[in-house]
Design a protein around this ligand. Structure first.
Ligand code: OAD
Length: 227
C-alpha cells in the first residue's frame, strides 16, 4: 500500500505562476485591504466592488499556468497516496494533474448562492450584480471570507490525521483554522516546511525546513527524501 502524503499549500506555491500572495510588504491584496474584499461586512457594504475584485482575480487565473512545484506534486501520486489540502482559491493543482485536492477557502472558478452556501455553480465568467441563483438570491464568489465557517475543515483534519508524511508549502500560517492543521498530524510523522521565509510554529516536533522557492524546494525535497 502506498504511504499517505499530505501537502498543505498556501499562496506561496502559486507565486511563481504570477499570482501574488496575500501578505506582501504593503499589507494589501492586489491593492485592496483584505477586510474590504474578503469579509461578509465588505460584501454587505459594497457588493459591486467585491464582485469586481474577484472577477479580476478569475480573469487573471484563466491567463496563468501551473508551475513546476504544482507539476512535481501531481507526479508524486505515482509514488504516494497524495492529498493536497490548499488554502488557495486557484485551480493550479487540478490543472497540473492532482486528483485529490481539498480547497479550504473556496474556489475562484465557482460561484454560489448568497442565501444557501450549498448551491454552487461552475463559473468562468464575471459575476454581476443582479445575477441570481436558482433560489433567486444574488450570486457571490465561492470564497470563504473571514468570519465564515470553513466547510471542508473536518475532511482536512481527518486526512491529516492519517498522514505518513506532511509538507507545508508557501503559507505564512497565520490564518486559522487552516493553520492549525499541522497540529493534527501524528507525533512521529516527518513534517517539512518549504517557504522563502520560515514562519514560527511553536510546539511542532519532527520538522525539517527548506528555505527556498516552491519550485526548487519541492525538487530538493523529492531528491533528498524520496530517492
Ligand atoms: P500568505 O500571503 O499569508 O503567505 C504566503 C507565504 O508564501 C509566505 O510565507 C511567503 O514567505 C511564501 N512565499 C512567497 N513566495 C514564495 C515562493 N515563490 N515560494 C515559496 N514560498 C513563497 O498566504 P497564505 O498563507 O496562503 O484566505 O494565506 C492564508 C489565507 O489568507 C489565504 O487563503 C486567504 C488569505 O486571507 C482567504 O481568502 C479566506
Amino acid at each position: 500500500m502506498k504511504k499517505k502524503l499530505v501537502v498543505f499549500t498556501g499562496a506561496g506555491i502559486s507565486a511563481e505562476s504570477g499570482i501574488s500572495t496575500f501578505r506582501g510588504t504593503d499589507g494589501l491584496w492586489e491593492g485592496r485591504r483584505i477586510e474590504e474584499v474578503a469579509s461578509p461586512e465588505g460584501w454587505k457594504r459594497n457588493p459591486e466592488l467585491v464582485l469586481d475584485f474577484y472577477n479580476r482575480r478569475r480573469r487573471q487565473l484563466l491567463g496563468v499556468e501551473p508551475n513546476e512545484a504544482h507539476r512535481l506534486l501531481a507526479a508524486l501520486e505515482e509514488k504516494f497516496d497524495t492529498w493536497i489540502i490548499t488554502q488557495n482559491v486557484d485551480d493550479l493543482h487540478e490543472r497540473s494533474g492532482s486528483t485529490q485536492v481539498i480547497h479550504l477557502h473556496g474556489e475562484l472558478r465557482k460561484s454560489r448562492s448568497s442565501y444557501d452556501e450549498s448551491v454552487i455553480y461552475d463559473c468562468d465568467t464575471d459575476i454581476l450584480l443582479g445575477d441570481t441563483c436558482e433560489l433567486g438570491s444574488q450570486l457571490r464568489p465561492h470564497i470563504v471570507w473571514f468570519g465564515e465557517m470553513v466547510p471542508r475543515m473536518d475532511d482536512a483534519i481527518r486526512i491529516t490525521r492519517q498522514a505518513d508524511v506532511f509538507i507545508v508549502i508557501g503559507s505564512s500560517l497565520v490564518v486559522y483554522p487552516a493553520a492549525s492543521l499541522i497540529h493534527h498530524t501524528r507525533k512521529e510523522v516527518p513534517k517539512f516546511l518549504i517557504d522563502l521565509n520560515i514562519p514560527d510554529f511553536p510546539g511542532i516536533e519532527n520538522i525539517t525546513c527548506i528555505q527556498d522557492k516552491a519550485t526548487s524546494g519541492v525538487a530538493t525535497w523529492i531528491q533528498t527524501w524520496t530517492s
